[in-house]
Design a binder for this molecule. Structure first.
Ligand SMILES: Cc1ncc(COP(=O)(O)O)c(C=O)c1O
Length: 420
């Protein structure tokens, strides 16, 4: 073992690049955000049956305007947003809904909660999103809907996916939970003509100070159904007292005015933050792109990434040859964390392998080879470490990665030692 090099790695007692693991620094709450929340508290407007515009209605109007869509409906969170969107499109028991094999579990749970069966499509190895081909491979006569996910802030290839969906008479509900600010062929994600859902959960690029969600659509009938579904199936109108008549089985899935006011205030800064994040991430990735055996996240032509999560895929056969992949990934991540770079795994298994979902799966595990490979060979850096002023921090992370790459032999020896 090369003692001098081992000494330089923080994992083995050397000086770390950063004094400690970089702290979580998101969302950023400004005086304007505080004032927005306080104004709701002071107004005493907490419910939806009011004659004046509520903070929820204000956010719905602003987000619809921002995207250039007809309607936006605020709901309690991003999972409920998908669930209500599927219900509003008439999806239910007996239907199959295709979702990507790599996404947050909420995407599939929403499908299960409407009584439909999730079917999992493999993802592209570069964009990590469902493709038109992987979708087409899973379509049966029972498929009624498709939920492409703009994972990590990069839109799925909607033109191709929409075309397959249209051919098979399927509804497309886009899960844009991670994609506020992203664009596809110049159009903001969520505004490409399908119903789309967003999460406002506090880690997201457009956060609230807790939980929240938004559904957008150009279809007035779908929007009206969503409004009923979120509030006990009732129709609440500003021009008359509440009638307490439930026209359909609904939920109590309302967005709170406090959460909405906070998000409206954050929306004022979304573009500024998006631009800063693009510059920071661009400079960060440009330092790492040429490292042997490391594939950085990329932005294909025609796409604008929202850089919500950065996923790095490692060719361990090149970087740590002869070491078992799980051991290699583990030592690499431990070494990066020891240097102060808070890398994590995002999703530990293809969605269908989740214990809660396994019983409902009709496909074989071999159906998602790319997803499995991506999960096995990657690590991520998440949004809470990518705030708008993270430029210098990201440069330190680049120092950490470069340091490890320079000491790959030592890392390989450490991984082999751990495996023995
Ligand atoms: C891709 C994706 N879909 C759905 C959700 C669910 O959103 P929420 O946490 O607001 O329910 C999330 C949030 O983490 C997500 O990342």
């Amino acid at each position: 073992m090369n003692g001098g090099s081992v000494g330089e790695l923080a994992l083995t007692g050397g000086e770390p690049v950063l004094g400690s693991l970089a702290p979580v620094n998101w969302p950023r709450t400004t005086d304007a955000d505080r004032a927005a929340v306080l104004s709701v508290l002071d107004s005493n407007v907490f419910v939806s049956d009011r004659t004046e515009e509520t903070a929820v209605e204000r956010l719905e109007r602003s987000w619809a305007e921002y995207l250039g869509v007809r309607r936006c409906v605020g709901v309690s969170n991003g999972t409920t947003a998908i669930e209500l969107a599927l219900l509003a499109h008439g999806i239910g028991p007996g239907d199959e809904v295709v979702v990507p094999a790599l996404t947050f579990v909420g995407t599939a749970m929403a499908v299960v909660h409407v009584g439909a069966t999730p079917v999992y499509a493999d993802v592209d190895p570069v964009t990590f999103t469902m493709t038109a081909d992987s979708l087409a491979a899973e379509i049966t006569e029972r498929t009624r809907a498709v939920v492409p996910v703009h994972l990590h802030g990069l839109s799925a290839d909607l033109a191709a996916i929409d075309e397959v969906a249209r051919r098979h008479g399927c509804v497309v509900v886009e899960d844009a939970a991670q994609a506020h600010g992203a664009r596809y062929r110049g159009t903001p994600s969520g505004a490409t003509g399908n119903t789309a859902t967003f999460s406002l959960q506090m880690t997201k690029n457009l956060p609230t100070c807790g939980e929240g969600g938004l559904v957008v659509t150009d279809d007035e009938r779908v929007a009206d159904r969503l409004v009923q579904l979120r509030q006990f199936g009732e129709t609440i109108r500003a021009d008359r007292p509440r009638r307490y008549v439930s026209h359909r089985l609904g939920f109590n899935a309302k967005l709170s005015n406090v959460q909405a006011a906070y998000t409206s205030s954050q929306l004022e800064r979304l573009d500024e933050y998006h631009a800063a994040r693009r510059a920071n991430v661009g400079a960060f990735l440009s330092r790492l792109r040429d490292l042997d055996g490391l594939t950085c996240p990329s932005e294909p032509d025609g796409y604008e990434h929202a850089w919500h999560i950065l996923r790095f895929v490692v060719d361990f056969d090149r970087v740590l040859p002869g070491v078992d992949t799980a051991a290699a990934r583990s030592v690499l991540m431990r070494a990066l964390r020891a240097e102060g770079m808070p890398v994590t795994r995002y999703q530990m298994m293809p969605l269908a392998d989740q214990p809660a979902l396994r019983a409902l799966v009709r496909q074989t595990p071999a159906s998602w080879p790319v997803t499995q490979d991506v999960i096995d060979r990657s690590f991520t850096l998440q949004q809470r470490h990518l705030p708008p002023d993270a430029g210098p921090l990201l440069q330190s992370f680049a120092d950490a990665v470069e340091k490890l790459w320079a000491q790959r032999k030592v890392l390989a020896e450490l991984a082999e030692g751990a495996g023995r």
